[in-house]
Design a protein around this ligand. Sequence first.
Ligand code: KIV
Length: 306
Amino acid sequence: MEGTLSTLSLDSVSTSECKKVTTLTLRQKKARREPISMLTAYDYPTALAMDQAGLDAILVGDSLGMVVLGYPNTLPVTMEEMLHHCRAVVRGAKSALLIGDMPFMSYQISAEDAVRNAGRFLQEGGMDAVKLEGGRERLEAVRAIVGAGIPVMGHLGLTPQSVHQLGGFRPQGRTAAAAKRLLEDAILLEEAGCFSLVLESVPARLAELVTRRLQIPTIGIGAGLGCDGQVLVTHDLLGLFDRFTPKFVKKYADFHAEMKRAFHEFITDIEAKSFPAQEHSIEMPEEEWESLLRELKHKGTKSQRD
Ligand code: KIV
């Protein structure tokens, strides 16, 4: 009896753990007012840990360029770099909804280009959806991609690919005119078919207003508690990116300091010859070792004679 019950509960756990999150799941969570969790990932082990932790969605963000590849901003990131990291994330995440971030110039030139590149995220990168930045000026691209059957997440507010146009990484929507424009853009993106919308670095009350006006879920980053979900750049959350930390980031760990500590300890061990210790070394049976020595001795005597 006990065995049957535990088997049953194990079964139900593994079934629910493997349940794939879809764009519909996010919509249902909004309807039920259940917060949506999203983080960025760029590699297999991080995606695996996030999936096992039960995260709703993973964004392979073009923040990759800054936090992993060391570029000054996201503009140099290419389609090939994005796809390479998407494939690593897919291998680790079986359950979370996977969203690939379309890099700069992969969707701005023409709707045809946008569809082709969005398609590559699904066909070659294994993603479930794509994200792109911008409002009214991106409607044609959004409609074309959605028309090809590819789910699109929008992104308004601080859109890092427009960093030069915005005059830096600065909060957006702080005047009545800018806030009205952002709300209009959000509605247009929803009408164009976006399944969700990221709101980055905008006043909390504006984000809440947008969230209430939309049917689709909003995911906030530096946009307060009024959004339907929250996203952070994982390297910020883990304290892995030491160049700067935006005000809206909560640091849940200090992995940069922890990495440096571990590397120092390794160097100290090497210099003190305390690593590798006995338990890290590979043994060879005594009789095999003796046999090798006998063989070498025999060969040595033979070659001296020859
Ligand atoms: O590239 C990224 O990581 C993003 C998030 C900040 C939403 O776009």
